[in-house]
Design a protein around this ligand. Structure first.
Ligand code: ZN
Length: 146
């Protein structure tokens, strides 16, 4: 078993990897932006678009800028949600937000890379950094899914 310090270091590496190489990041044209989300306490900003077809989230793309937590969380969110049926996507979103708010204990094995963000719960001002992109995709899905 790893010590807590080893886990913290591993989690830092996972977050930095997503921050430096964000998955599904791509510059959006203004006319394809479904949601524009801003986190004033940190200055994080994200714009998002998504494709839903046949009841499945086929694609998510986003651009923006912000702290490592906000950008890494967006990358992890896109990885977790793309390819999922809308109902399942909504459940993943609700679970993650509940975990970050401390309303629910996480199952680390199920969360995958997202587990690396759990430590953010110790810093209440940063929780919005981690949840911003999840609120954005939730709104985007509401707009396009029937
Ligand atoms: Zn932030």
């Amino acid at each position: 078993m790893s010590s807590n310090a080893d886990m913290d270091e591993l989690y830092q590496e996972i977050i930095l990897d997503h921050f430096k190489n964000p998955r599904h990041f791509s510059e959006l044209n203004d006319d394809e932006v479904l949601v524009d989300e801003y986190n004033p306490t940190c200055g994080d900003q994200i714009r998002m678009t998504a494709v839903v077809a046949d009841g499945v989230v086929k694609d998510i793309r986003y651009d923006g800028h912000g702290c490592a937590i906000s950008m890494a969380s967006a990358s992890m969110m896109a990885e977790a949600v793309v390819g999922k049926p809308v109902d399942e996507a909504r459940q993943i979103i609700a679970d993650f937000v509940a975990v970050m708010r401390g309303e629910k204990d996480s199952d680390l094995a199920e969360l995958g890379d997202m587990a690396s963000l759990e430590g953010v719960r110790r810093y209440p001002l940063r929780i919005k950094c981690a949840t911003m992109s999840w609120h954005a995709i939730s709104k985007a899905i509401d707009k396009i899914a029937t």
